[in-house]
Design a protein. Structure first.
Length: 198
């Protein structure tokens, strides 16, 4: 009996990552209060794929984030807590979304970010997402990272621009917004060779 070829195993990421001001580490159960605080705010979740979290929603989200430590295949993701001065100020995600070839490792990943409004406007999202992109291309064998967002989310679009991502597409009315209207999507992308030239 022949066995199916399995994709090469990806090594777990070398965490924590340290930047000039921040520490990026895996999410742990005791982050519940800090993450719950900003994820309960409707202005924070306005453009996220989930509404402001109640206790039950927070439990589900936290369980997912805590488990997301070593993605290896499409559909899995890495979740990172971002700490400034020992305080959790936000969280980041890198989700493998595609691969090219049955026995190939993931080649495309999607970025995500959520920060506490009290820590906005200080470049923390930029600094930490830059480190995550470095991990995406430096540790993982990715060819492309991308972000998709509601174009009305100007803070997120500006973050993509600061990260050197290119605005690649604007698709019209392609998702049902929570407010009962059709929303647009903006796609930003960064290729490995562009990252290497940043
Ligand atoms: C998207 C989000 C992470 C962006 O946060 P942010 O605070 O705007 O981004 P940064 O932390 O990188 O800060 C950038 C700001 O700090 C300023 N800044 C100060 N020091 C800086 C530094 N060292 N480096 C970069 N920017 C710096 C920038 O000029 C910019 O100011 P501006 O907003 O007046 O232009 C935040 O709005 C958020 O969490 N939103 C809710 C969740 C969400 O919508 N997620 C995305 C779903 S697609």
């Amino acid at each position: 009996m022949g066995s199916e070829p399995s994709p090469p195993q990806l090594l777990p990421p070398p965490l924590p990552l340290r930047t000039e001001r921040l520490v990026l580490r895996t999410v742990v159960a005791s982050d519940r209060e800090a993450i719950g605080d900003y994820c309960a705010k409707p202005e924070v979740t306005r453009y996220l794929p989930f509404p402001a979290l109640d206790d039950e929603g927070l439990t589900k989200r936290l369980d997912r984030l805590v488990a997301a430590t070593a993605p290896s295949t499409v559909g899995e993701f890495l979740a990172l807590a971002v700490e400034f001065d020992g305080v959790l100020v936000g969280d980041l995600m890198l989700r493998f979304s595609a691969r090219h070839g049955d026995d190939a490792p993931p080649s495309i990943a999607e970025l995500g970010w959520v920060f506490a409004p009290e820590y906005a406007g200080r470049g923390f999202a930029t600094e930490s997402a830059r480190a995550l992109i470095d991990l995406a291309f430096g540790h993982y064998p990715l060819h492309r990272v991308m972000a998709q967002l509601d174009p009305r989310n100007v803070a997120s679009a500006a973050l993509c621009e600061r990260l050197g991502m290119r605005h690649e597409a604007h698709t019209r009315e392609d998702f049902a917004d929570r407010d009962g209207t059709w929303g647009d999507t903006a796609v930003y992308g960064l290729l490995r060779r562009e990252w290497a030239a940043l």
